[in-house]
Design a protein. Sequence first.
Length: 269
Amino acid sequence: MSEQPAEGVGSLFFELAGDLRLSMLARLGEKDYRLSQLASELDATMQEAHRNMTRLIESGLVAKGREGELVLTSYGRTVVSLIPSYDFLYKNREFFADHSLGDLPVKFVQRLGAFRGCETVHGVMAILQRWKALYSESGEFIKEIMAQVPLDLIETISGRVEKGVKFSYIFSANAVVPKGRTQLLQKVGWRNLISKGMVERRMLADVKVMAIFNEKQGCVMFPNLKGEPDLNVMFYGETPEFLEWCSDFFDYQWKIAGPFDEGRLKHEV
């Protein structure tokens, strides 16, 4: 039988290994509790609750308040804030067995807990339908980071832009654009929309993690292990935390992206 690590981060993970202790920490992340209340809500005996709470207190994650209530310490609250990221990765461990996080900066990896409430959408057709709905339902803006060009959705996007929705996008310089794109952009007056400031665009040498979002909903796609875009699986979310993650990631990429250069795009032959 394994023994508890005496020190280091292994000791912390050992304390987080119990389901009851994790549940206690999660509840205390919402509000302070008395032990009897906590035991009742978690359907645990007082003996179980006391034993597990003693360990959390001894580990420095929880402390007793002035009135005897249980509260997370500053250290405990910080640890609890990181648990959702591990929870998301654990629940999607099969997905990440054949997908990577691409070139995602560490500061965004550390915030993957924002994905915890996301829906996983499977299949190219289902994903394209979600994209179309996202474009159609936008009321203020659409922002996206793309490595591939969905030709069928250009008119949907331009229609929203003509209604006053601002469209900002980042393209991969090695994106392969489908036949007819140039003619379609001319048809919808794309250059005119750009000159009016309703469409703004930039370019990255390569895009591995793709994202599309508006003020209400968003989606993110991670690459396969070769670093190639995968349009078969997508994480879709509507929570404020997820949309903030998308917005911050877009802003980060926008700052490091260069001017848009149509001549660098590859066209289908």
